[in-house]
Design a protein around this ligand. Structure first.
Ligand SMILES: [Zn+2]
Length: 227
């Protein structure tokens, strides 16, 4: 999936270019400007088509409120987001979005009973590619002991030997590119783009290297998903 922001930037440049060439052609009557104008026009049509396709491809997004969870900021604010850390739950894979939501709710209760004020991760990506907003990105999470400041936690349901689906790969990419935009509902929106942050697996962190998390999902996390 191409980055919508980049497509829109290109589109803006092309629209400006088309206007400029049109004005120049009107003023000078030179055929070169007419040719450039037509090239911009053609590129604009192509980019608009890509943009429409990308907007259709936005994954289903479910918010914490919609699934009836409400993590509290007992660890304070996240601080400036610097890292995106990928996890698996070391538990069952989701067989449907409803199942994924049930699992998220059970981890929310579990983490709450551990004194974490609710689920420790910020986002879940289901096997169908749905993004579930869990803890708001503005809140410090509880997903890498000792390293939660500035660290955004993304998780998938699954354990050793499980592999990501193509939909998960695409939705992770979409999340990184779009979590800070108006395409993301306000509650799970990130204060800044996640695409530029450093990406790690849970067991890349010091003191966590013997952890199996995120298993075979790690390449997806390090790559930032797939287009
Ligand atoms: Zn983990």
């Amino acid at each position: 999936m191409a980055d919508l922001n980049k497509v829109e930037e290109k589109l803006d440049r092309r629209v400006r270019g088309r206007k400029r060439q049109f004005r120049l052609w009107k003023r000078t009557g030179k055929r070169g400007h007419l040719k450039a104008f037509r090239a911009h026009k053609k590129a604009i049509q192509k980019l608009r088509k890509i943009r429409r396709k990308l907007l259709r491809q936005a994954p289903r997004i479910v918010t914490a409120a919609q699934i009836g969870i409400n993590p509290s900021a007992i660890f304070g604010g996240l601080g400036t987001p610097l890292y995106v850390t990928g996890h698996y739950t070391a538990g069952p894979k989701d067989t449907s979005d409803d199942h994924a939501i049930q699992l998220c709710k059970s981890y929310d209760s579990q983490h709450r009973s551990q004194g974490w004020g609710g689920i420790g991760y910020h986002y879940c990506i289901t096997r169908a590619g749905t993004i579930i907003g869990l803890r708001p990105v503005g809140q410090k999470g509880a997903h890498v002991g000792g390293y939660n400041t500035g660290n955004v936690g993304v998780m998938v349901h699954g354990t050793i030997g499980d592999l990501p689906t193509a939909a998960q790969e695409r939705s992770l990419r979409w999340l990184l590119d779009n979590a800070h935009t108006s395409r993301m509902p306000a509650a799970p929106r990130s204060p800044r783009s996640l695409a530029t942050l450093a990406r790690r697996g849970h067991n890349d962190w010091p003191g966590h290297t013997s952890n199996s998390c995120p298993g075979s999902f790690k390449p997806m996390y390090l790559r930032g998903g797939a287009r």
